[in-house]
Design a binder for this molecule. Structure first.
Ligand SMILES: Nc1nc2c(c(=O)[nH]1)N[C@H]1C(S)=C(S)[C@@H](COP(=O)(O)O)O[C@H]1N2
Ligand SMILES: [Mo]
Length: 397
C-alpha cells in the first residue's frame, strides 16, 4: 500500500470507529506568495490561474472594513470573458413569463429607476477550502476569497415589476456574458426562487463609488447580500423568468452541501440528498498581525480584523491568546455600515512571555451561532462553508 493510501484508510477507519464524520483538520493555507504579475485594475494578488483569472486577496487587507477594488478577489468559471464591452450598446434582456419583456441599457438603469446602495460581503462558498482534509476538489483558497464593498444599483424587484411577472412566475435565471471554451460546458447561469429575493437584492453597476472593475463583473452584476457569491452573476446580460426550475449545471452539481443535520459526509459515503449553499455562516478573520510577525516583549499587540454573517448580525468577537483556554471580548465598530457589511474588531494586549503566541478570533452572532475549532467543522465534498475559529502565530522576542 502506498503511503498516501494508508493515510487515507486510517483516517476513514478512525472516523468509522468514533462514528463521526470527517472534519476540517487544519487551518486554511493563506500565506501563499503574491504573484509578480498584475491583472487589469488589480494589484498583484495570490494567483491560482490566469485563464480564467482566479485571484485571492492577501490576509492583510482584512484590517479594512471595505476591501479596495484593486485587491478584491476574482473568480470566473469560464476562460472566454469578453475583453471589451461597449456600454452604448450593452443591454440586459428581461423575458420569459412577463407581460412586457424589455431590454435595459446601463443608462436606463442609472436614470429610469430608483437608485439604491447596500454594503455587503461577497464571499465564495469555497473560501478557506484549503482547511479541509482530505482535500476536496476545487481551488485551494486560503481565506481571501471574500471582500466587503458598497454596491450601488437598482432593485431587482423594481426591474421585475416593470416587466410584470405573470401568475406562474417562480424561478428566475441569470446569465453572464462569458462563454465556455468547450461547447459541452454550459454558460454560467444561476437560478433563484422568487422567495429568495428581497429588497436588498440589486443589479449593481458601482462598487465602492467606482464602476465595477472589469474582473468583478463590469458593467453590471447581481448582488445578493447575506448569501454566498456563486449566485452573484457578473456581466449580467439576461434575466429569464420561468415557472419551473430549469435543470442547470451549476445549480445541480456545484455549490451544494449535504442536506442533513450536520451538513456533513465522508469521501466514501456521499450524502444522497444535497441542497444549495445559500446563506453564509458566521465568520471572523484576523487581518493583523500576520503569521510570523515578531514583536518586542512589553510592547502592545493590537489585533485587528473583520467579522460577518448572513445579516443576522454580529453579537461579539472574542479573542484568545492562550490557545483557546480563555476568551476576552474585542472592541467592535458601531455597526453603522449595516448588517451585511464587515464589522471591524480590535483587541490590544501585552504578551507576558517570550516565544510564540497564537492569537485566535471567534465571532458569535445574534442567533447564538458561533465559529468552532477547525477540527469541529464538518467535511463536505465541495469544501464549502468553512468557518473555523481563525488563528495567527506571532513571536515575542
Ligand atoms: N458571470 C459569472 N458570474 C459569476 C461567476 C462566473 O464564473 N461567471 N462566478 C461566481 C462565483 S462562484 C463567485 S465566488 C463570484 C466571484 O465574484 P468576484 O470575481 O467579483 O469576486 O462571482 C460569481 N458570479
Ligand atoms: Mo465561488
Amino acid at each position: 500500500m502506498k503511503r498516501r493510501d494508508f493515510f487515507k484508510t486510517s483516517v476513514i477507519a478512525a472516523a468509522a470507529l468514533t462514528g463521526t464524520s470527517l472534519t476540517a483538520t487544519q487551518r486554511p493555507i493563506d500565506n501563499r506568495k503574491i504573484s509578480t504579475i498584475a491583472f487589469p485594475e488589480k494589484k498583484p494578488m495570490i494567483t491560482y490561474s490566469d485563464r480564467p483569472p482566479l485571484l485571492e486577496a492577501p490576509r492583510s487587507v482584512f484590517t479594512q472594513k471595505f476591501t479596495p477594488n484593486d485587491e478584491f478577489f476574482v473568480r470566473w468559471h469560464m476562460p472566454d470573458i469578453p475583453t471589451y464591452i461597449d456600454t452604448n450598446t450593452f443591454k440586459i434582456k428581461i423575458h420569459g413569463l412577463v407581460d412586457k419583456p424589455f431590454e435595459v441599457t446601463l443608462n436606463d438603469l442609472k436614470t429610469k429607476f430608483e437608485q439604491v446602495e447596500v454594503n455587503a460581503v461577497l464571499q465564495c462558498g469555497g473560501n478557506s477550502r484549503s482547511a479541509f482534509k482530505p482535500i476536496p476538489g476545487g481551488i485551494q483558497w486560503g481565506s481571501g476569497a471574500m471582500g466587503c464593498a458598497s454596491w450601488k444599483g437598482v432593485r431587482l424587484r423594481d426591474i421585475l415589476e416593470r416587466a410584470g411577472l405573470q401568475k406562474d412566475a417562480s424561478w428566475i435565471g441569470f446569465n453572464g456574458m462569458e462563454h465556455a471554451a468547450y461547447y459541452e460546458t454550459p454558460n454560467f447561469v444561476r437560478e433563484l426562487h422568487l422567495e429568495e429575493l428581497d429588497d436588498h437584492v440589486i443589479v449593481a453597476y458601482e462598487m465602492n463609488g467606482e464602476d465595477l472593475p472589469y474582473l468583478n463583473g463590469y458593467p453590471v452584476r447581481l448582488v445578493i447580500p447575506g448569501t454566498y457569491s456563486d449566485s452573484w452573476v457578473k456581466m449580467l446580460s439576461e434575466i429569464r423568468v420561468n415557472s419551473k426550475y430549469e435543470k442547470l449545471f451549476f445549480m445541480d452539481i456545484a455549490y451544494r452541501i449535504p442536506d442533513n443535520k450536520c451538513e456533513c459526509e465522508t469521501p466514501e459515503n456521499k450524502a444522497k440528498k444535497t441542497k444549495p449553499i445559500t446563506k453564509m455562516n458566521v465568520k471572523s478573520l484576523i487581518g493583523y498581525p500576520l503569521d510570523g510577525v515578531k514583536t518586542q516583549k512589553d510592547s502592545q499587540i493590537v489585533v485587528r480584523g473583520v467579522a460577518f454573517d448572513d445579516g443576522t448580525g454580529i453579537q461579539t468577537v472574542q479573542i484568545s491568546t492562550n490557545g483557546g483556554k480563555t476568551w476576552d471580548k474585542a472592541d467592535l465598530d458601531d455597526g453603522s455600515d449595516g448588517r451585511y457589511a464587515f464589522r471591524s474588531f480590535k483587541y490590544s494586549f501585552k504578551p507576558k512571555d517570550y516565544g510564540k503566541v497564537t492569537i485566535m478570533s471567534k465571532a458569535i452572532n445574534k442567533a447564538g451561532q458561533e465559529q468552532r475549532m477547525p477540527e469541529d467543522i464538518p467535511w463536505n465534498h465541495g469544501g464549502y462553508k468553512y468557518n473555523g475559529i481563525d488563528s495567527v502565530t506571532v513571536e515575542v522576542i
